[in-house]
Ligand binder design. Structure first.
Ligand code: PMP
Length: 440
């Protein structure tokens, strides 16, 4: 057994200090640095399942650039497609053969996709979906669930987070929480917040306000805020209710899309929404998003604006990504590795007497400390999960060359992760658990 040494990261520290002088907070997204982190690791490159920092350290990466890197870093097929497109122009703002092919392909593989439309990010695509639902129904209000993130616009960034259950307010009438300075609170007047996984409450609200509610938006698996799976029948129930009350059902598949199945969580759970939004993994690392849905809603007269919509580089990357995912046994491989990792973590938790829950849905694995069963909803999660324990776990893992997201235990696998990566990761976790068992 070789002794594991903590990595040295002085150059990351120095580079961050310099970047801070010019770039607000020294990072390009507030999520690139954990709130209590002195400095983030500055990366130089990624290849396969690994990333490399400016000090020359290698890390097994489970952040996947927050989700897109489903094929790992620098996947050959995507690189080749992009290089080919570069010779034809980086942007054309026109109909192209690839655009036609991709649109056809998406309508073939995504159950709800009769028609598609494009944007550059999940945020924009969800904004577009809101507008489609409002145009189609002539109604304004949108139901959104506590702890679910759909983007950073004024209207989307409501009740995405909380530190204490008390902040969330009464279960039947949750508070609307705002998370950024400069956010206009009145934009949330048309947003109804509800706890997730509670069909009865959803029905009450839908029935009472059906004449005002245009859409209900949900992540089919609550990936962004805790490892929460839908209760059996919950998504199907939501589907039935939204039909009954003429409310557009939107699945935000920005994380689940392509990760749990080629056709998204709607295929995995066999529940077809009216509209669905895809981003992140759809182009394996290029800024790209698609809205897919029923023809009559997609064609309700909403303008699709955006200079960079359907950028040819992203379109080429997306086509190559889908072609790669269609080949071989990638989803089976995700299942095998996900099981290996989660079972291994659970076993280590038992050995070191650390309370945790860990599970996976294909390429998305999730870990939570302080709970031995999955959370039912965001309130349950906020109340019981040991978020400080998780933070400590992530910090230590990074010191030993494993990168996990700094918040809420989402672990992304890529097609480039190997059994060897998982075994090495479990070795590190074993070491961490032996070091922290008294603190958890
Ligand atoms: N929806 C979900 C479920 C997400 O996780 C995210 C990003 N974390 C978004 C929407 C927003 O996507 P983007 O960051 O591409 O704007």
């Amino acid at each position: 057994n070789e002794v594991m040494e903590k990595l040295k990261t002085e150059k990351s520290k120095a580079l961050f200090e310099e970047t801070k002088m010019y770039l607000v907070d020294g990072v390009a997204s507030s999520f690139h640095k954990a709130a209590d982190e002195e400095y983030p690791i500055c990366l130089e490159k990624g290849k396969g399942s690994k990333v490399y920092d400016v000090d020359g350290n290698e890390y097994i990466d489970y952040i996947g650039a927050f989700g897109p890197m489903i094929l790992g870093f620098c996947p050959d097929a995507v690189n080749q497609a992009v290089i080919k497109q570069l010779d034809k122009g980086s942007h054309l703002s026109a109909v192209t053969v690839d655009l036609c092919n991709l649109s056809k392909k998406l309508t073939e593989i995504i159950p709800c996709a009769e028609k598609v439309s494009y944007q550059n990010s999940g945020t924009e695509a969800n904004m577009h979906a809101f507008r489609l639902a409002r145009a189609y129904t002539g109604k304004k209000k949108i139901i959104k669930f506590e702890g679910q993130y759909h983007g950073w616009s004024d209207e989307e960034k409501v009740s995405i987070d909380a530190n204490f259950v008390s902040e969330l307010g009464v279960r039947e009438h949750p508070n609307r929480l705002f998370h950024s300075k400069g956010q206009r609170h009145e934009t949330a007047d048309d947003i109804i917040i509800l706890p997730w996984n509670d069909l009865e409450l959803l029905e009450c609200v839908m029935q009472k306000y059906s004449s005002e509610i245009a859409a209900v938006i949900t992540e089919p698996i609550m990936c962004d805020s805790g490892p929460i799976l839908p209760k059996p029948g919950y998504l199907a129930g939501m589907r039935a209710l939204s039909i009954r009350y003429n409310i557009v059902l939107i699945f935000d598949e920005v994380i689940t899309g392509f990760r749990v199945a080629l056709g998204g969580a709607q295929q995995y759970y066999n529940v077809t929404p009216d509209l669905a939004v895809f981003a992140k993994a759809i182009a394996a690392g290029y800024p790209f998003a698609a809205i897919a849905g029923k023809k009559e809603i997609m064609e309700s007269g909403v303008q699709a604006s955006g200079t960079f919509n359907a950028n040819p580089i992203a379109v080429a990357a997306s086509l190559a990504t889908i072609e790669t995912l269609e080949k071989g046994e990638i989803y089976k491989q995700f299942e095998l590795l996900g099981n290996l990792l989660t079972k291994g973590i659970i076993e280590l938790g038992q050995i070191y007497n650390i309370t945790l829950f860990c599970h996976s849905v294909r390429s998305i694995c999730m870990i939570v400390f302080g709970m031995s069963e999955p959370a039912e909803d965001f309130r349950d999660y906020i109340e019981k999960a040991d978020s400080n324990g998780y933070k400590l776990f992530v910090k230590k893992a990074q010191e030993y060359g494993i990168r996990f997201t700094s918040k809420r235990g989402r672990i992304y696998l890529s097609s480039q992760h190997t059994e060897e990566d998982i075994m090495k990761t479990l070795e590190v976790i074993k070491l961490i658990f032996s070091e922290i068992k008294g603190d958890m």
